[in-house]
Design a protein around this ligand. Structure first.
Ligand code: SF4
Length: 337
């Protein structure tokens, strides 16, 4: 037990569960604005909940450096008593990975079940270059067969695992789902400040597709009057089709209170003319209701038909129980997964 651990726990006697472990985590590395910690983890694979009860979730990192303005996963840092939503981008926790323990967890699952990597945070965020936990998970997975494995990311780093994913895909059903909300590089930089540019994500899509990996594109979230025009969505779908994706989907923005703390100041700064309308819409509910979701789905259907793309629903798609899906209910709320 390090002196640092003793000091942190002594200074925070009321912390329990995941908050206590986070406070005691060893600092692995610090960049100019980001610190990386190692988080002790007893279980890597968590159960989805609500209507996604049948899905198993894996999230190698807590926090995400990409810092998307609409990110809905910021609340997970609150479980570690890190209540400033900006800390979600600056304190990144890499979960301790032990191959044998992970394989033992896998052995308990039944063939045919779905395992989803990246339901809460991006598994190919910059931390992956350094810690390679997602890579090690896939390597551990490579001797399995009969599972349905999905990965959601907005990083081109996923392409470095193209050959391994193709190999896994020979014995399992594998799908990689790249999120691309817009092809407008300037807009993407505003919305997703440290995520790879859309062109890089399309390049990754092509490499994965060329390697034989099944890929789809999610234009999620769709934000009214920001990236929801038919032209904007059509451009993304068209580029997805040309780079090998077989499915294209999107869902309307939803804003839980934790996400609002970042998104509303962002709107005030960059889209002040939209602030009043967004506040009115999200005042009483985190979800857009009324005609908008229907209009969006009709628009998407038209676009998909134009480009002969299939639809595909992400497991974290908004629904009334959406926030339960991150495995943050029984598994992660207040304690580690
Ligand atoms: S990539 Fe995903 S997890 Fe990371 S900040 Fe963006 S929305 Fe959040």
């Amino acid at each position: 037990m390090s002196a640092l651990y003793v000091a942190r726990v002594r200074d925070s006697p009321r912390l329990v569960g995941i908050a206590r472990l986070a406070a005691a985590s060893d600092l692995l590395e610090a960049k100019r604005t980001v610190e990386y910690f190692e988080l002790e983890t007893r279980r890597f694979i968590g159960r989805g909940s609500g209507r996604m009860r049948s899905i198993w979730t894996v999230n190698p990192y807590r926090g995400c450096e990409f810092g998307c303005k609409y990110c809905y996963a910021r609340y997970a840092h609150e479980f570690m008593e890190l209540r400033d939503p900006e800390l979600f981008e600056r304190k990144i926790y890499a979960k301790q990975f032990h191959k044998q323990a992970f394989r033992a967890e896998l052995q308990k699952l039944k063939p045919g079940e779905t395992i989803w990597i990246g339901t809460a945070t991006d598994p190919y965020q910059p931390a992956e270059r350094r810690f390679r936990i997602t890579r090690r998970i896939l390597e551990a997975f490579s001797s399995e067969r009969g599972f349905d494995l999905g990965i959601t990311t907005k990083s081109d780093l996923v392409a470095q695992d193209a050959a391994l994913l193709a190999e896994i895909g020979r014995k399992n059903r594998v799908g990689v789902h790249l999120t691309i909300t817009t092809l407008d590089e300037a807009l993407a930089r505003l919305l997703e400040p440290r995520a790879p540019r859309p062109a890089l994500r399309l390049g990754a899509l092509k490499k994965l597709s060329d390697a034989g990996v099944r890929v789809s594109v999610l234009a999620h979230p769709v934000m009214p009057l920001i990236n929801d025009s038919e032209q904007s969505l059509d451009e993304v779908c068209d580029a997805a089709a040309r780079n090998g994706a077989s499915a294209f989907s999107a869902g309307a923005l939803f804003l839980k209170p934790c996400a609002q703390q970042v998104f509303f100041p962002f709107l005030e700064q960059r889209f002040p003319h939209l602030v009043r309308r967004y506040r009115e819409r999200f005042e009483s509910s985190a979800y857009l209701k009324g005609a908008y979701p229907k209009m969006l789905e009709e628009r998407l259907q038209k676009i998909r038909a134009r480009h002969r793309m299939k639809t595909w629903e992400a497991p974290e798609w908004p629904a009334s129980d959406q926030m339960e899906l991150f495995g943050e209910t029984g598994q992660e709320r207040g304690r580690q997964s």
